[in-house]
Design a protein around this ligand. Structure first.
Ligand SMILES: [Zn+2]
Length: 282
């Protein structure tokens, strides 16, 4: 039995300023230590609870954040970006999934680094008309592989808004309570560790009792992507399957969540491509 862990950073405890998040950030080393610690606590508890293997997908920014020196032998790690299935790369041969360090979608008030997949390009992402957070997007995509989400640990508002609503069976651990976009209150790592271990135990027990459900979407999947600026939509509508529905928004339809996700990744990369080309023309 194998478990899958996707690790983002904006919903991790103590990570509150931009200097925590980028590879050149002033407090980046502190942040990656925190993310590694949280991930390894969860991996260890999963292993103790009967998962012989744990796949960890390093899923923030350039996706090379976690420190790999201390990885136990039962852990495999997915690093680097871009990659197919992005934040859930490696989920294919796993039975249960856990999301750590996850955060609320763009436009959420007083919520640590609220954004949806790309803070530089995306205003809103809809799957079959439902506005999704990264949690929901990844949970729908995990459903394609019959993998239920059994635990989400991250920013409190995400847990309240989306996890309780769409995956009420999942265990939740609030790693931080935001006071603003760039400040938050968190418990000590000792308390967090205790809560994480207890919640992983509960999550695995519920999973073994078949209480965890797999999220599914109606197919074909209708995706709506609203960008932050119109030239991102100008580029996106060049994709033959994309239809421009407003200045900022394109829609496309995909035969399943895997295809929907891959196309979305491509549109985000196209936006970042045009952004970088234009920034060289000033
Ligand atoms: Zn992130």
């Amino acid at each position: 039995m194998k478990a899958f862990i996707s690790v983002d950073m904006e919903g991790m405890p103590y990570i509150v300023i931009p200097g925590h998040l980028g590879i050149k950030g002033t407090l980046y080393e502190e942040a990656r230590k925190t993310a590694t610690k949280v991930s390894l606590i969860v991996a260890e508890e999963l292993h103790k609870n009967g998962f012989e293997g744990v796949v960890i997908a390093d899923s923030h920014g350039t996706m090379v954040n976690l420190l790999v020196d201390e990885l136990p032998e039962y852990v495999e790690i997915v690093r680097g970006f871009p990659r197919p299935l992005s934040m859930i790369a490696g989920i294919e041969d796993c039975e249960a999934a856990l999301f750590l360090g996850y955060h609320a979608k763009f436009g959420t008030a007083k919520s640590s680094f609220d954004h949806t997949y790309s803070g530089g390009s995306i205003n809103k992402l809809e799957v079959n008309g439902v506005e999704v957070s990264e949690f929901l997007l990844n949970a729908y995509a995990a459903g394609e592989y019959n993998v239920p989400i059994i635990l989400v640990a991250g920013e409190a508002q995400l847990l309240k808004d989306d996890v309780k609503k769409y995956a009420p069976w999942a265990q939740t651990v609030a790693l931080k309570h935001s006071l603003s976009r760039v400040s938050a209150k968190s418990q000590s790592m000792k308390s967090i560790e205790k809560e994480l271990r207890k919640s992983v135990n509960n999550a695995v027990n519920a999973f073994k009792r078949k209480k965890a459900k797999t999220l599914t979407v109606q197919k074909p999947v209708k995706m709506g992507v609203t960008f932050l600026v119109s030239h991102f939509a100008d580029v996106a509508e060049m994709l033959p399957t994309a239809k421009r529905v407003s200045g900022l928004k394109v829609e496309y339809s995909a035969k399943n969540m895997t295809e929907a996700y891959r196309t979305f990744e491509l549109l985000v990369l196209a936006a970042s491509g045009i952004s970088s080309i234009l920034s060289q023309l000033v």
